[in-house]
Design a protein around this ligand. Structure first.
Ligand code: 48F
Length: 258
């Protein structure tokens, strides 16, 4: 066997092994590797759950990298400082309960923290639909597609991943909830869409409203703002991290009840 075909063989073999053993059937699918999804991934995986994060892009961090108008410093509030500490993120205290953080450090360390805790992050895959069951109605997995296929416009059917919980951490568009609202109208779900900015209020509300929408489907981060019609907040990320932690705690609580 040539060295080149050996490279291919090993990559196919170990990728498929990982998909079969760890991905196709897991405890929690998180859609989106932004700040809320990555934070949730760490807390869930640290609790022994099999967690898979599907991220459409080939990068981590969602909206963190772009910061505010591409400036590389972002803010977090003191409520989220303990989460930053948990991930080993350096924070500079600047008064008014605020800390300044480098956006590159936030992206890298949230991702590393999630991976170190045992979460799998799969890039270049997007979630385009869910799996549901009735009696009782619940969400029990997702339909996935290579992002490159979606971009190409080719007609290619998705494949499926089964999970006990799905977290919509897709950011401003609340993509998973939007699909569910459209395709399962009997649930009467609505994505209201974000309001104009009112950062102080929204940073708190986004955490308060984080959690389960319907059995099997949870919402975290800016998706919460989109679903509930909360104001936008700009490049301050404490609420996103707190929301990720909260959704993880809710899922862990719900799993203990099963
Ligand atoms: O947008 P994003 O960073 O979501 P978040 O965790 O954080 C929001 C903040 O970044 C910022 C803010 C802070 O105040 O307003 O916007 O709520 O990350 C969402 C990630 O999900 C991916 C997307 O590429 C991004 O990296 N994503 C979106 N839809 C899908 C997806 C999908 N259908 N499948 C897979 N990934």
């Amino acid at each position: 066997m040539s060295f080149e075909s050996r490279i291919s063989k090993l990559i196919f073999e170990y990728t498929m092994r990982d998909w079969l053993e760890n991905i196709v059937s897991c405890d929690v699918v998180i859609v989106g590797a932004g700040p809320s999804g990555l934070t949730a991934a760490r807390y869930l995986a640290r609790n022994g759950l099999k967690v898979v994060v599907f991220e459409r892009r080939l990068s981590f961090g969602g909206g963190i990298g772009g910061g505010g108008m591409l400036l590389h410093k972002i803010l977090i509030e003191s409520d989220a400082k303990s989460i930053a500490d948990e991930f080993g993120i350096k924070c500079l205290k600047v008064g008014d309960g605020l800390y300044v953080v480098d956006s590159s450090e936030l992206m890298a360390k949230l991702a590393a923290g999630a991976i170190d805790a045992g979460a799998k992050i799969i890039h270049g895959v997007q979630v385009e639909d869910v799996i549901f069951r009735d009696n009782p109605l619940r969400i029990c997995g997702v339909a996935i597609q290579w992002s490159a296929v979606a971009l190409s416009g080719l007609h290619v059917d998705p494949l499926f991943v089964e999970s006990k919980a799905v977290v919509d951490a897709t950011g401003h568009a609340a993509e998973v909830v939007s699909v569910v609202a459209r395709k399962i109208p009997e649930l009467n779900l609505r994505v209201i869409g974000e309001k104009s900015a009112y950062a102080e209020v929204s940073e708190k509300l986004v955490v308060e409203k984080t959690g389960k929408l319907i059995p099997g489907l949870y919402v975290a981060g800016m998706s919460v703002a989109a679903v509930h019609g909360l104001p936008r907040m700009g490049p301050i990320f404490g609420g996103m991290m707190l929301s990720g932690k909260k959704v993880a705690e809710e899922i862990i609580k719900d799993f203990k009840r099963i």
